[in-house]
Design a protein around this ligand. Structure first.
Ligand code: ZN
Length: 335
């Protein structure tokens, strides 16, 4: 692919690219599709032609990066997609040895600021071997216990099943480390949740300095808690939640559950896995959508993919399943 064509792809207006990818941009902001977002955290910079979510990204994304992340494509396929969408002709050069040759030549490093602590090569796959050992012996810090048991009142068996662990970074920030496994139990991704996020105020720079979520390079966090699928019995319902926390609450109330961050992030293979379940085990799918627009939208999108998805209404005053779960605990006298 020649440099001129690449530059054309990089210069496509970022907001137009985002809209093509299904994001609704309004006043240079949109809901971030990469975490459970309800506040339009993804901001667009027209000057730099990039976008960035201050809750879950350490660096800005250009047009090609955005396509890669949003559609789960590698660099070349993302370029192809952008070129096709915009009728830009790209000449491709075929590396002889390995596709990596093309990767090292990509000039995007000059264009976007890199976090020196976390050099990012979007092509590099998730290195599970580097992280897997963290989850062999999960360890929960005091603030992790406070969050999981004090605040969320989760069942200890659920926390163990999910192999949640915690760590503290050099700046003293406490993180909860949430592993994503495939059905066979192989680690495929990690989500780091900032346990101190609530305490950090924007005036102290807490919000900018430490994002709420962090994903290691190449982490594939699409469906959460896939190993539960292997435990499903015939005819048993499977609950679908919007994020990990609701999934833990659902599991703690004794339901088998998975979490899906957004319908558009689902890979075709994920959809196949789920629809295969209803054919094979007569699984019915159930959901308590969040009591807001994104919640209902996710339900409708998922229902397109899983026609036997049943809607359950959260009671008034509970905006998501976690709140409902906590309120049930109080009624039962455990709170
Ligand atoms: Zn985000």
């Amino acid at each position: 692919m020649d440099k001129l064509a690449l530059q054309k792809l990089r210069d496509l207006p970022i907001e137009v690219v985002a809209e093509r990818l299904g994001l609704r941009v309004s006043r240079h902001k949109s809901l971030c599709p990469f975490h459970e977002d309800h506040h339009a955290s993804l901001s667009f910079s027209l000057r730099r032609n990039t976008c960035r979510c201050f809750a879950c990204m350490n660096e800005s994304l250009g047009t090609i990066d955005l396509v890669m992340r949003r559609l789960g494509k590698d660099f070349r396929d993302a370029c192809r997609w952008l070129a096709n969408e915009n009728n830009i002709l790209i000449e491709e050069h075929r590396p002889l040895e390995s596709p990596r040759t093309a990767v090292t030549q990509k000039p995007s490093d000059t264009q976007r600021p890199l976090d020196p602590q976390k050099p990012s090569d979007p092509q590099r796959p998730f290195d599970a071997s580097r992280y897997a050992r963290f989850f062999e012996r999960p360890w929960l810090s005091e603030s992790a216990c406070e969050f999981l048991y004090g605040e969320r009142r989760l069942d200890v068996r659920v926390v163990r099943w999910c192999r949640l662990t915690s760590w503290q970074d050099r700046q003293g920030v406490n993180w909860l480390q949430i592993p994503y496994f495939d059905q066979e139990g192989h680690l495929i991704g990690i989500q780091n949740r900032n346990l101190d996020y609530r305490k950090a105020s924007p005036s102290e720079g807490g919000r900018e300095g430490t994002p709420r979520f962090r994903f290691p390079q190449g982490a594939r966090c699409s469906i959460y808690n896939l190993p539960v699928i292997r435990m499903l019995k015939e005819g048993e319902p499977l609950y679908i939640t919007e994020g990990c926390s609701d999934c833990w609450a659902m599991l703690s109330s004794g339901h088998k559950a998975i979490a899906i961050p957004s319908a558009t992030l689902l890979k075709p293979s994920d959809v196949e896995t789920l629809s295969g379940l209803s054919a094979r085990l007569k699984t019915t799918f159930h959901m308590f959508p969040d009591r807001d627009l994104p919640g209902e939208r996710l339900f409708l999108q998922l229902q397109q993919l899983l026609p036997n998805l049943e809607h359950h209404q959260l009671p008034p005053g509970c905006k998501d399943y976690s709140e409902y779960y906590l309120s049930m605990g109080k009624e039962a006298g455990h709170g």
